[in-house]
Design a protein around this ligand. Structure first.
Ligand code: IMP
Ligand code: MG
Length: 190
């Protein structure tokens, strides 16, 4: 399904995850990761650009010597509907063979992007490969994905903020909010 979301017609609506909830959950996830990776060789991989804020907050609370790297991927297709055809724009700087890789993603919607990343990284023979996703939209998962760490399960709505964008905007919001169509808002308040 292709949904058009026009950044000129949309406005920031209801807050879905508030700043204090984000920080509290990030702390919990970091504690879990610190325990789980205590005797491993943690290599955190943030997916640009959406996961930048999340991975920066998370890794600073992980109490282990670990490495950080980034990948940038782009899905072909419309603005907000992921087609599952993924292109690597920036690859990892180092090989991950034998490392304990943790993919850090902003949101898993259909799961197609993550499915591609998992296949691509698995073929490089890491010792382990896990996923930490800040947000998961459970109803749209088109492929079965093993997501070890989930921040929040959110409703099936398009959200922005804390790294997530609409057409490259709104990443800087300190919370996660749903988008609202201005016409809909107008109908609601009149
Ligand atoms: P998927 O391949 O359908 O799981 O989509 C994953 C990618 O689509 C994410 O990494 C985001 O870049 C983008 N995306 C999916 N849902 C949202 C959303 O609600 N807000 C902003 N970006 C989203
Ligand atoms: Mg993304």
């Amino acid at each position: 399904m292709t949904v058009t979301r026009d950044s000129t017609r949309s406005t920031v609506g209801e807050v879905i995850v508030a700043p204090d909830e984000l920080q509290r959950r990030v702390t919990e996830l970091a504690e879990e990761i610190t325990q789980d990776y205590a005797v491993r060789d943690l290599f955190m991989m943030g997916v640009l650009k959406g996961a930048v804020f999340f991975v920066a907050d998370l890794i600073r609370q992980v109490d282990l010597p670990c490495e950080l790297d980034f990948m940038a991927v782009s899905s072909y297709g419309s603005l907000t509907d992921s087609s599952g055809v993924v292109r690597i724009l920036k690859d990892l700087d180092a090989p991950i063979e034998g490392r304990d890789v943790l993919i850090v993603e902003d949101v898993v919607d259909s799961g197609l992007t993550l499915g591609y990343l998992l296949r691509s990284l698995r073929s490089r023979n890491p010792r382990s490969l896990e996923v930490c996703a800040l947000l998961v939209k459970p109803h749209q998962r088109r492929v079965e994905l093993p997501i070890r760490y989930v921040g929040f399960e959110i409703p099936n709505r398009f959200v922005v903020g804390y790294g997530l964008d609409l057409d490259q905007r709104y990443r800087n919001l300190p919370y996660v909010a749903a988008l609202e169509d201005q016409q809909e808002r107008f109908r609601r308040i009149t």
